[in-house]
Design a protein around this ligand. Structure first.
Ligand code: B12
Ligand code: SF4
Ligand code: SF4
Length: 336
């Protein structure tokens, strides 16, 4: 079977983007190792040690691997972005999390893709979505799905960067694609807009320990105090460095993407554990856990400047969770 046929099948499985990369060690692995050596991954221990080393070669995941079919699935909802909304009393959830958890959807589509390809040829395969030790952006770039922007996201012309990545590592011999040129030019909008200065001055590398996405999703303990005020009203993830990217200004909306209206912070703060579970079941928000989510809501209320949040914050100081209580006290102090 040919690379062209594979891409046609991938499109039929609902992937807007598809390309082929050789399943060989990626030259970007050096960048990855350096990033880890500088501790830029913070507490994401699944990225270092033996699991980190496995990112050096996709054949660690499938010994017979020859090519990687890289796919992209758009998730951009037809709704205003963070930068176009001005509602300090409402919590912002990153747009990728408005939908059901993407891991499951992409895996299902990749299974469909493998199944359809097997009608043409016999081969071994391994499906990866996000959690596998694979340099997803690097291989997707090699497969022609986009260039790595200064904000470190993979950007496609004309699709923008609001898409997830997934891969089918296969034992098939397919013609690899080549990467497109970097189209960031002299633009530095993402670097300038990042509220916590998480992106290096020249771009192309990010200190996850400063990134609001990391602080609100991955970090389990207390948010460093000096970063709390810059988190604004983000309660899960952050979209700013993609919102400001000119390549996203005409990015198409994904037809099946859900719309999640921003929700009043006091409403979020009042959710019981079971209500919270019910509300966010099956969405990426579950990853923050109840305690981490309330911690984020407390910080956002503190940053809102809205005196009416004092009462719900006082409630949170007595909620019995020391992490949430400490952030609520900080927020009360900030409200003055
Ligand atoms: C850890 C992680 C995070 C961390 C760290 C992010 C980071 N930039 O490193 C945190 C929690 C902060 C995060 C946030 C987000 N993430 Co994330 N994350 C990952 C994960 C699991 C690993 C990424 C990683 O290895 N980071 C280490 C650094 C060194 O790698 P990197 O930035 O990817 O850079 C590599 C290449 O891009 C290349 N490279 C970097 N710069 C340059 C420059 C040049 C010139 C060249 C040639 C190459 C090059 O070398 C690096 C090593 O391979 C991947 C899934 C995966 N398995 O890869 C998803 C992934 C990168 N995340 C994704 C998403 C959607 C997000 C968020 C948008 C979610 C949100 N809204 O909050 C934000 C975006 C923030 C941002 N600006 O990156 C998508 C990205 C899709 C895309 N279009 O790019 C991925 C691929 C998940 C997926 N399967 O869809 N994420
Ligand atoms: S996701 Fe937000 S905090 Fe992280 S680098 Fe982008 S703008 Fe900065
Ligand atoms: S905002 Fe500008 S510099 Fe940043 S990724 Fe987009 S085009 Fe590149």
């Amino acid at each position: 079977m040919t690379a062209h046929q594979v891409k046609e099948i991938a499109q039929a499985c609902g992937f807007e983007l598809a390309g082929i990369a050789a399943a060989v060690p990626h030259p970007d692995f050096g960048r990855y190792r350096e990033w880890i050596a500088r501790d830029r991954h913070g507490a994401m221990s699944y990225l270092d040690g033996e699991r980190g080393d496995r990112r050096g070669d996709p054949r660690e995941l499938l010994p017979s691997a020859k090519t990687i079919v890289c796919v992209g699935k758009l998730y951009n909802p037809d709704a205003p972005c963070f930068m176009d909304t001005d509602a300090p009393g409402e919590g912002w959830i990153s747009r990728y999390a408005w939908n059901r958890d993407y891991h499951h959807d992409l895996r299902e589509r990749l299974e469909q893709l493998a199944c359809a390809m097997r009608r043409h040829a016999q081969f071994e395969f391994k499906i990866c979505v996000d959690t596998a030790p694979l340099l997803e952006r690097s291989y997707a770039r090699s497969a022609g799905l986009g260039w790595i922007g200064r904000n470190t996201c993979l950007i496609h012309e004309p699709m923008g960067s609001w898409f997830f990545l997934g891969e089918l590592i296969t034992s098939l011999d397919l013609e690899p694609d080549s990467p497109p040129p970097d189209r960031c030019g002299t633009c530095t909008r993402c670097v300038d807009a990042c509220p916590t200065r998480a992106i290096d001055e020249g771009g192309y590398s990010l200190d996850a320990r400063l990134c609001i996405s990391y602080l609100t999703i991955e970090l389990r303990g207390a948010v460093p105090e000096d970063l709390r005020s810059a988190m604004g009203r983000h309660v899960f993830g952050c979209d700013i460095c993609q919102d400001v990217c000119p390549w996203n200004s005409r990015a198409p909306a994904a037809p099946d993407a859900a719309r999640e209206p921003a929700t009043a912070l006091d409403e979020l703060a009042a959710l019981s554990k079971s209500e919270w579970r019910e509300r966010f079941a099956g969405t990426p928000v579950e990853r923050a856990r109840y305690s981490g989510f309330l911690r984020n809501v407390a910080v956002a209320m503190g940053n809102s400047g809205e005196g009416r949040f004092r009462a719900p914050l006082v409630n949170l100081t007595g909620c019995g969770d020391p992490l949430v209580a400490e952030h609520a006290r900080w927020a009360l102090e900030r409200l003055g």
